[in-house]
Design a protein around this ligand. Structure first.
Ligand SMILES: [Zn+2]
Ligand SMILES: [Zn+2]
Ligand SMILES: [Zn+2]
Length: 327
C-alpha cells in the first residue's frame, strides 16, 4: 500500500527523505472542498490542511530522530491521507523502541503550550475581529494538534499508544508475548473503531480501522513466528555481544554473494559454497550486527584473527523465515 513507486520525493532534511503519497492529493481535494464554509476563502482551507501535515511531519520527525539517537535506522517518512509513516528500525530492545515511539507524541505535547500561547496572544491583540480567518486557523490548528495527540495515544496497536503498551509489556512478558498481547488489544480497538465508523458513517475512520486490522494481523503473525523462533535450540558457546543471547542452531544466515543458506557459527562465518568470509554477524534476536570475533564467550585465538573486511551492508542477509520489520 505504501510502495515507493506510488509516492514522490518531496525533500530531504536531517538525513530523512520525505515522500508524499499520491493519494494525498485526492484526500486533500476532498478535505479542502468539504470544509469550504468555515473560512471566507478556500485559501484558508488549504492553509489548514497544510498545517495539519506540518504537524504530522513534525511528529514523524520526532520518531525518526529519536530512533537514530538510540542507535536505530530511520531515513524515510511517507505522508499519505491517513497521516504519516516514519520508517523506523530501532534496535530490538524495549527501551529503544519505547523512546522511538514516545518521541512522536512528545512533539504534540511540546506544541501544545506553543499553540496555546499563540492563540492567547492573537486573542489579546484582537485577531478574532480584525483577522477572523487567521484566528480561526490558529484555533483549528490548536484542536488538530490535540486531536492527533489523543488519537495517537489510544492504547491500540499499531497506534503509538499501542506500541508504547507493547514496549512496556515487553519488560515483563518478553518480546513475543508482549507483541501478541498488544496486537490482540489492537484487534479489539479496531473492531470498536469499525463500529464507530459505521455508526458515524465515516469513510476516514473505516480506512484507519482497516489499516489497523492489517497491521495487527502482521504483528500477530510476527509474534507467533517469534515464539516459534524462541523455542529453537541454541548454540551456547556463542553469545551476541549486544543482547547477550546465544544464536539458534540451524541454517538461518544467507550469503549475499551466492545466496547459500548456512549456519554461520558452524562454518566460522565462512560461506561453505563460495568461501566468502564475513567480518560481521547479524543477530537474529536483536537485529544488530557485531564483529564475528566478539561473539565468542571464550576468545580462542583461532576465532579472533582478523577476517576480511566488508562494507557493513554487504554481510549477512536477514533471516528469511521471520519478517524483520517491526514498525
Ligand atoms: Zn507516531
Ligand atoms: Zn543480539
Ligand atoms: Zn556464498
Amino acid at each position: 500500500m505504501l510502495s515507493r513507486q506510488r509516492s514522490f520525493h518531496l525533500f530531504r532534511f536531517a538525513g530523512v527523505d520525505v515522500y508524499l503519497h499520491w493519494w494525498w492529493f485526492l484526500a486533500a481535494i476532498y478535505e479542502i472542498q468539504g470544509g469550504i464554509s468555515r473560512y471566507s476563502s478556500i485559501g484558508w482551507n488549504i492553509a489548514e490542511y497544510l498545517a495539519l501535515f506540518v504537524i504530522v511531519l513534525m511528529h514523524e520527525y520526532g520518531h525518526a530522530l529519536m530512533c537514530r539517537k538510540v542507535g536505530g535506522i530511520a531515513n524515510r517518512i511517507v505522508l499519505w491521507p491517513l497521516g504519516g509513516v516514519a520508517y523506523v528500525d530501532p534496535p530490538m530492545r524495549p527501551a529503544a523502541i519505547l523512546w522511538s515511539i514516545v518521541a512522536g507524541p512528545a512533539v504534540n505535547v511540546a506544541l501544545w503550550p506553543i499553540l496555546s500561547g499563540l492563540e492567547t496572544l492573537a486573542r489579546a491583540s484582537g485577531w478574532a475581529y480584525a483577522n477572523p480567518n487567521a484566528y480561526l486557523l490558529l484555533h483549528n490548528v490548536w484542536w488538530i494538534n490535540i486531536a492527533l495527540l489523543v488519537f495517537n495515544m489510544l492504547p491500540v496497536y499499531p497506534l503509538d499508544g499501542g506500541k508504547i503498551l507493547w514496549s512496556l509489556l515487553w519488560f515483563v512478558m518478553g518480546r513475543a508475548r508482549s507483541l501478541m498481547a498488544a496486537t490482540v488489544l489492537g484487534f479489539v480497538g479496531a473492531i470498536g473503531l469499525i463500529a464507530l465508523a459505521v455508526w458515524s458513517r465515516s469513510l476516514w475512520l473505516g480506512l484507519i480501522a482497516a489499516y489497523m486490522v492489517f497491521n495487527c494481523w502482521g504483528g500477530w503473525k510476527h509474534a507467533r513466528a517469534l515464539i516459534q523462533f524462541a523455542k529453537l535450540p541454541r548454540r551456547d558457546e556463542f553469545q551476541c555481544p549486544r543482547c547477550k543471547t546465544s544464536p539458534p542452531i540451524g541454517e538461518f544466515w544467507k550469503c549475499n554473494h551466492c545466496n547459500q543458506g548456512f549456519d554461520t557459527f558452524a562454518k566460522q562465518a565462512t560461506c561453505p559454497s563460495c568461501g566468502t568470509k564475513f567480518a560481521e554477524t547479524y543477530c537474529l534476536d536483536c537485529n544488530q550486527r557485531s564483529p564475528f570475533s566478539e561473539w565468542t564467550r571464550d576468545r580462542s585465538p583461532l576465532l579472533s584473527h582478523s577476517l576480511d573486511s566488508h562494507s557493513p551492508d554487504s554481510d549477512f542477509a536477514e533471516r528469511a523465515t521471520t519478517p524483520a520489520e517491526i514498525r
